[in-house]
Design a protein around this ligand. Structure first.
Ligand code: GDR
Length: 344
């Protein structure tokens, strides 16, 4: 009999790619949304899987709603990908970040225990839990020190996942994922802001791209590769926690250079720090500027992960490299801008 998965946050980037993967493996896929009428389904449409998924309403702030959804769908596996994911805004909404990103994990775990303790559970944890990293690069045993409300909430969810595994013997895994991007990324995240912004500039629909800290570095991989790691965690005989990362940090400026290159634009950088500007060499136009509005209250230390455990235990591999990732994102956005595709 085919397996059944319940994915919270199915309409997000990872939810869409994970659904695609599970459908290709013959799973029945249920996905939760807050309101069916207003669900943001463009990613499921873009991957052509909307009619192969079953969307149901769920309120992750309400235990009964979660319990009922589990009883109704009777899944073999639950992937908890729902959470406010934009780090910048968690400073403005710390209570919601804690409730939806942290306490919701406990509601899910408690509901699994009550409804069917054989369900396997994946928790979407994050490199943001390392925050002010105590050592670099980070492994599964590096001490945590989150630096924003989002990371603090996620750390609570991570430890509850570990706790339900230890205390109640649930098959619960926490995936500590470093940044992962794709053409389905939300527009506020910096890679997508750059690929879309430069595409708009190329087509004369925008004059300037305003960014925060150009020297900030991240460990960026491809979301499509990372969802396969999530699935592999739940297929292993023993539940555990795993880092998924590339191990190669790159700067925001690297992303800009690669995206510009993919559009045939050559950038010349002038100035330093907050005064830095990117000038298009052929036209002499200033197209990239630094805007302090996009700086973070606290920018964390260099985060880069060691995915050795996922490589050796799960056989997981990252397939798409950084250059191809940014080129693919930029080409897709350029195409969307040219076609005036409104669903991005
Ligand atoms: P991040 O992703 O906070 O790492 O969290 P984001 O793309 O927002 O920022 C990456 C880095 O770019 C710098 N930056 C800017 N960021 C944004 N958004 N906009 C800008 O204009 C800009 N300029 C520079 C940031 O300061 C930062 O250093 C992502 C999310 O997916 C989380 O949910 C997830 O947990 C982590 O990755 C791993």
């Amino acid at each position: 009999m085919s397996k059944c998965a319940l994915i919270t946050g199915i309409t997000g980037q990872d939810g869409a790619y994970l659904s695609q993967l599970l459908i290709s493996k013959g799973y029945r896929v249920y996905g939760t949304v807050r309101h069916l009428a207003t669900a943001n389904i463009w990613r499921l449409r873009e991957l052509e899987i909307l009619d192969k998924t079953n969307l149901i309403e769920i309120d992750l702030l309400n235990y009964d709603s979660i319990y009922d959804a589990i009883k109704t769908t009777n899944p073999d596996e639950i992937y908890n990908l729902a959470s406010p994911s934009f780090v910048g805004t968690s400073f403005e909404h710390p209570i919601y970040a804690g409730n939806a990103g942290g306490l919701a994990v406990t509601r899910l775990l408690a509901a699994i225990l009550a409804a069917d303790p054989d369900i396997r559970f994946y928790q979407a944890s994050t490199s943001e839990m390392f925050g002010k990293a105590q050592t670099t690069p980070q492994t599964e045993t590096t001490p945590f020190y989150p630096r924003n409300p989002y990371g603090v909430a996620k750390l609570y969810g991570h430890w509850m996942t570990v706790n339900y595994r230890d205390s109640h013997n649930l098959f619960a895994c926490s995936g500590i994922l470093f940044n992962h991007e794709s053409p389905l990324r939300g527009r506020d995240f910096v890679t997508r802001k750059i690929s879309l912004g430069l595409s708009c500039i190329k087509e004369g629909q925008q004059d300037i791209l305003r960014l925060g800290n150009l020297e900030a570095q991240r460990d960026w991989g491809f979301a499509g590769d990372y969802v396969e790691g999530m699935w592999r965690m739940l297929q292993h005989e023993i539940p555990s926690d795993y880092i998924l990362a590339t191990g190669k940090p790159r700067s925001v400026r690297d992303v800009v250079d690669l995206a510009a290159g993919a559009l045939g634009m050559d950038l010349l950088w002038e100035g330093t720090g907050a005064e830095m500007v990117g000038i298009e060499r052929s036209s002499g136009r200033k197209i990239v500027v630094v805007d302090p509005a996009f700086f973070r209250p606290i920018e964390k230390e260099l985060l880069t992960g060691v995915a050795e455990k996922a490589h050796s235990v799960l056989g997981w591999r990252q397939r798409m490299g950084f250059e191809d990732l940014i080129a693919q994102m930029t080409e897709r956005d350029h195409d969307r801008v040219i076609k005036k595709d409104l669903f991005y």
